[in-house]
Design a protein around this ligand. Structure first.
Ligand SMILES: Cc1cc2nc3c(=O)[nH]c(=O)nc-3n(C[C@H](O)[C@H](O)[C@H](O)COP(=O)(O)OP(=O)(O)OC[C@H]3O[C@@H](n4cnc5c(N)ncnc54)[C@H](O)[C@@H]3O)c2cc1C
Length: 418
């Protein structure tokens, strides 16, 4: 159950393997956090979404025959510090030119960036980002830059707890193959997966929430709004809280739910009739946890000549959000990067408290290698999938990688005996 990317992928893999598969989704349509809203020709994801090129998500999409065309964000990014714009150090030339680092900082940063591809990320899984930076970086300006890049690559603003192994993996992926914005928004992925599910004979039942799972020796009863169903195996492709609500007596789910540290962001999705400064397409906050990117500069997301922009603030754990205050902060970043934008607004949507991932890979849990599932130790007929599950990837990469692992485990659990 759960019709986001993970649930759609797991169901399709099970359907293709010949299993009779029913996918329950409590919302009116599948998609979850990968859904895209189209308004007046602007395709707005739920906040900024970028697919890691060559990552686990793309591998699963390819396996299922789902194309994800689009484009890479253009280079020439900017960094904002103390209310002023600078070049974002992305390569040797911008590193030399940037105003966010002094000369010693430029030297230290260039050595570190040169070493980055060779760093052994798994050895840093249990090390907090802040501890790793204490060991690795001497200059405060370099530290501030790395913390900013870590936020962009992970969405998390939690250096004292976040796994340095995750940060290194994500930065290696960004400087390696990079990311892609998807034409038409992530709805294209949802629609492609929904078509693949249909082709695999999966029945998708929307507006049908699962309320409780009652496992027995050789089956699981799924209590839903529409009555009881019986399944050989259930894949719960939802968050740890939702999974625990379905099986409240399961001690592992209770523990995983309590341990999960969600990553949240405040997002402003904006459609502009024109872009006042066409070259200012990407801005990273150095001294504040802010992000701005013109996604339509890389993918087909807006009418001809218009621009689709995502602006975001990475929220610290347990940070209180006052929507009007965060909106003023995000507007302020736009004033700086795209002066005159207010006269060009066609669509505008503030989403002040989005859950980016249900659980940040924390150093104390062993980073990504310490994430739970997809198997539940005490429930052989129930599996979990999602961006908080399994030892591979972050965000959608984790969601789709764990979906594949959950589908394989479900096939093994439901294999005909003899
Ligand atoms: C602002 C923002 C930015 C992001 N940026 C990126 C990015 O750049 N790159 C990236 O890789 N990822 C990104 N992500 C993360 C990505 O969107 C998610 O990791 C991915 O979509 C999760 O898919 P999922 O299927 O695991 O979960 P979800 O999409 O949350 O799907 C779960 C589904 O289960 C359904 N459900 C829950 N409970 C029940 C129930 N009891 N019965 C039936 N149905 C139920 C829900 O309605 C939902 O449809 C971002 C997310 C956000 C919010």
């Amino acid at each position: 159950m759960g019709g986001g990317l993970a649930g759609l992928a797991a169901a399709t893999l099970l359907g293709r393997a010949g299993r009779q598969t029913l996918l329950l989704e409590r919302a009116a349509r599948p998609g979850g956090r990968a859904a895209t809203q189209v308004e007046r020709g602007f395709h707005q994801n739920l906040g900024p979404h970028a697919l890691y090129v060559g990552g686990p998500a793309e591998a699963v999409l390819k396996e299922l025959g789902v194309a994800a065309p689009g484009g890479r964000p253009p280079s020439g990014g900017l960094a904002v510090r103390a209310g002023r714009l600078h070049r974002l150090p992305e390569g040797p030339a911008s590193l030399l030119a940037t105003g966010v680092l002094g000369w010693s900082g430029k030297l230290e940063a260039s050595c570190l960036l040169a070493r980055l591809p060779r760093l052994d990320a798994p050895t840093l899984d249990g090390v907090p980002l802040a501890t790793w930076l204490d060991r690795t970086v001497t200059r405060p300006d370099v530290r501030a830059l790395l913390e900013a890049l870590a936020r962009v690559a992970t969405y998390a603003d939690d250096p004292t707890r976040l796994s340095a192994g995750l940060v290194v993996r994500q930065l290696q992926a960004v400087v390696g193959a990079g990311v892609r914005y998807v034409d038409g928004g992530w709805q294209a992925l949802v629609d492609g997966l929904a078509r693949a599910a249909d082709g695999a004979g999966v029945e998708v039942r929307a507006r049908c929430a699962a309320r409780e799972l009652v496992p027995a020796d050789d089956h699981v009863v799924v209590r839903t709004d529409g009555g009881d169903l019986t399944a050989g195996v259930v894949v719960v492709a939802a968050g740890p809280a939702e999974a625990h609500d379905l099986l409240p007596a399961d001690p592992d789910l209770a523990r995983w739910r309590a341990a999960a540290a969600p990553v949240r962001a405040a997002c402003l999705d904006l459609g502009l009739s024109r872009l006042p400064r066409p070259r200012a397409t990407f801005v990273v906050g150095i001294d504040r946890p802010l992000y701005l990117s013109v996604h339509s500069a890389a993918a087909r997301l807006a009418p001809e000549g218009a621009a689709l922009i995502h602006v975001a603030k990475y929220l610290a754990p347990d940070q209180d959000v006052e929507p009007a205050a965060v909106e003023r902060e995000l507007d302020g970043l736009l004033d700086l990067a795209q002066p005159g934008w207010r006269d060009a607004v066609v669509t505008r949507r503030l989403l002040p408290r989005l859950t980016v991932t249900h659980a940040a890979p924390l150093a104390a849990h062993g980073g990504v290698s310490g994430r739970p599932g997809p198997a539940l130790p005490r429930q052989p007929r129930v599996l979990v999938a999602g961006d908080w599950v399994g030892p591979e990837g972050h965000l959608a990469d984790a969601a789709l990688s764990s979906a594949r692992a959950a589908a394989r485990a479900a096939l093994a659990a439901s294999a005909p005996s003899g």
